[in-house]
Design a protein around this ligand. Structure first.
Ligand code: NCD
Length: 329
């Protein structure tokens, strides 16, 4: 497992990720996938390191995935959740981070409902010159790099199980359907998929897909197309990424009803007929069954990669923690 060219200390965004960095993460994740298939699914790589999961926003899969990834690398883990913390007593986020620093934390995995919080904490760690790596586990509507990397890994391993690499996606058509406006997953995926040379087709109602998304990725190998109906995005698509309607982030009525949304944009077996015969459907979870994707399709292993995404998430997060943490070993 080589990390000779890995120099990134924090993983906050995919906007400036290089092709080499994508490939290093993919190859490292493939090695950890092998570790996870063993009888003893654990390596001593981060023994003695402390990984703190600072989740200021509720989460199930991302938090559990990071926790398991850290444990599989033999790190000690600390888990923080906002509702039971000193934040409720008025402590600032930076003071919380400094408390975890004083506890000996080496890597901080941060989720926050406001965009930019992981960046602010990373800047503070750099200012203090303490060599603590910060990993963005989802900040507001901004980015969710580890989710996009696990999506990339899931797609690439399907195309070449042994050698997942960015260039496998060159020329592939990927549809991202749903609430693009509020989605940090979509934003991170647009960076990685356009970096790979894929054609990214975004589809959703105009209220959830503003024109400004056409400007994303214009300086990249791939290209971005916008559609306010779903059919042109699905036509001959190789992969369809569905997104949850982020109802908690909608401050006004952006949709007539969930039923109507499903009728117009929901991914169903019928609609998949427009895609390539081998098409696969993805979703970052949590899913609103029967809204963004029909319930039976979600559970159909012929089409759905949803549980593989969750499984692959552990290997990708092991890879990120390993690459960021090994410099300190
Ligand atoms: C996503 C998130 O939190 O941004 N979920 C996840 O991390 N698996 C998407 C969502 O909440 O819909």
């Amino acid at each position: 497992m080589s990390n000779t060219t890995w120099t990134r200390h924090h993983v906050l965004s995919l906007a400036d990720f290089t092709s080499d960095e994508y490939d290093i993460v993919l190859q490292t994740a493939a090695s950890f996938r092998e570790v996870l298939s063993r009888r003893t699914k654990k390596v001593p790589t981060l023994q003695g390191h402390v990984v703190a999961n600072l989740f200021f926003e509720p989460s199930t899969r991302t938090r559990s995935s990071f926790e398991l990834a850290a444990k599989r690398l033999s790190a000690d883990t600390l888990n923080f959740s906002a509702s039971t913390s000193s934040l409720t007593k008025g402590e600032t986020i930076l003071d919380t981070a400094k408390t975890y620093l004083a506890l000996g934390t080496d890597l901080m995995v941060i989720r926050h409902q406001a965009a930019g919080v992981p960046h602010v904490i990373a800047a503070e760690m750099d200012r203090l010159n303490v060599q603590v790596g910060v990993l963005n586990a989802g900040d507001g509507q901004h980015e969710h790099p580890s989710q996009a990397l696990l999506d990339l890994f899931t797609i690439c391993t399907l195309l070449d199980f042994e050698h997942p690499q960015l260039k496998l996606l060159n020329g592939k058509k990927i549809a991202i359907v749903g609430d693009i406006l509020h989605s940090r997953v979509a934003r991170s995926n647009i960076w990685s998929l356009t970096a790979s040379g894929a054609e990214v087709h975004l589809a959703g109602p105009p209220t959830l897909l503003p024109q400004l998304f056409a400007d994303y990725g214009t300086d990249r190998a791939g290209s971005v197309f916008l559609h306010w109906t779903v059919e042109p995005a699905l036509e001959k698509a190789d992969f369809v990424m569905t997104l949850r309607l982020q109802k908690e982030r909608m401050s006004q009525h952006l949709l007539p009803s969930l039923r109507e949304y499903h009728q117009m944009y929901g991914i169903t077996r019928d609609r998949l007929q427009l895609c390539q015969p081998e098409v696969k459907v993805m979703h970052p979870g949590p899913v609103n069954r029967g809204v963004e994707i029909s319930s039976d399709l979600m559970d159909d292993p012929q089409f759905s990669l949803i549980s593989q995404q969750v499984t692959n998430g552990v290997a990708i997060r092991m890879a990120l923690l390993y690459l960021m943490g090994s410099g300190k070993a």
